[in-house]
Design a protein around this ligand. Structure first.
Ligand code: UDP
Ligand code: MG
Length: 327
């Protein structure tokens, strides 16, 4: 597969990468942590730039935190462990890692080794060319049919809502420029879906094909309920359209009810009361109008709630890439 990069971008944002941060959330990954560290360190050493590996322990109940602490002592300066006091979820953990990172480019990846760290240099190459968000598309995805189909539907929806063409939002192996990371850190909302949030600040995005490994040593850390929660985070972080949908539906229903009652009135005059089921239909028509009006009102409330939601999140309105012409 070819790289999916939008080719139109100005050369002024080419980046000289001095420090690369790798951020991985860890939740009950004791079987993977050691290999993850070893492989990430190997990749880091092979880079031209400096690197830091940030492992965020998301309140694991196994020995992950201990392993991270030991490794941080061993690789002083290169490995930073951020230990959260309890489980806050993958995206919150990544945010904690982003807050700790200092790199010019920050690469996020999963700790379960499904995203091979060896693919990182590919992403960094694109980052240095000026793509401020570099995504990745999993080749020969090693997940169940259900997970793959769910992903497809979600990717479509996100593309529609954000207007940014990216084909694989589920893959966390991504590279972000410092400016995008700072923008994300300035967002105050609690439920975040990082790839989508990043895209709302991205100027030039790009996707590269990467390998996807099987989760060979253990199982996914996402239960069905967590997965459903994540989808709601994704939906609400992108759009308040569902709130508006209420008023649209309500309006349509009220109109239909109104049209129906008109029709009933006319036919009643023409064919008499018998035809209209002795008024049963009329009751339905009136009911429709009322339900419609109620939905419309709820939609209106929704509009206000949507605005409150936007303001409470207090996302930065814009992000300046550069100011020129002043000292
Ligand atoms: N993870 C986390 N907190 C959680 C659930 C998951 O930090 O509450 C981490 C997990 O350790 C892994 C990454 O998020 O590094 C992705 O999780 P997983 O591989 O289970 O998800 P999947 O690959 O099944 O989407
Ligand atoms: Mg995984």
């Amino acid at each position: 597969m070819n790289d999916l990069c939008n080719s139109e971008f100005s050369r002024d944002i080419q980046l000289d990468i001095k420090l690369v941060s790798m951020v991985a959330p860890v939740y009950n990954e004791e079987v993977n942590v050691e290999e993850l560290i070893q492989r990430c360190v190997a990749v880091g050493e092979s880079l031209d730039s400096d690197y830091e590996l940030i492992l965020v322990d998301d309140g694991s109940k196994d020995h992950s935190a201990q392993l991270i602490t030991e490794a941080a002592n061993k690789h002083k300066g290169n490995l930073i462990g951020v230990l959260l006091n309890r489980n806050y979820g993958q995206h919150a953990a990544v945010m904690a890692g982003l807050a700790q990172s200092k790199g010019d480019v920050v690469v996020t990846l999963d700790a379960d080794l499904q995203n091979p760290p060896e693919e990182i240099p590919k992403l960094l190459e694109k980052s240095s060319q000026g793509f401020d968000v570099v995504g990745s598309v999993r080749q020969h995805r090693q997940d169940t049919f259900f997970r793959r189909s769910a992903s497809k539907v979600i990717n479509r929806a996100v593309q529609k809502a954000t207007g940014v063409m990216m084909s694989d939002y589920g893959c966390m192996l991504r590279a972000y420029h410092r400016s995008v990371v700072d923008a994300m850190l300035a967002c105050h909302e609690r439920s975040t879906f990082i790839p989508v949030l990043a895209n709302s600040f991205a100027r030039n995005t790009c996707e590269v094909p990467v390998a996807h490994a099987d989760r060979s040593k253990d199982e996914t850390k996402y239960s069905m309920m967590k997965l459903i929660n994540l989808q709601f985070d994704l939906l609400t972080s992108m759009t308040t359209f569902p709130l508006r949908l209420l008023s649209v539906l309500g309006g349509l229903l009220a109109l239909a009810g109104f049209a129906f009652s008109l029709l009933l009135l006319v036919t009643r005059f023409i064919y008499g009361a018998d035809w209209a089921g002795e008024g049963v239909f009329t009751v339905f028509a009136i009911l429709f109008i009322f339900i419609g009006v109620q939905l419309l009102a709820m939609g209106l409330l929704g509009e206000y709630i949507g605005r409150i939601y936007h303001d409470v999140r207090a996302r930065p309105r814009y992000f300046v890439h550069k100011v020129v012409g002043c000292e």
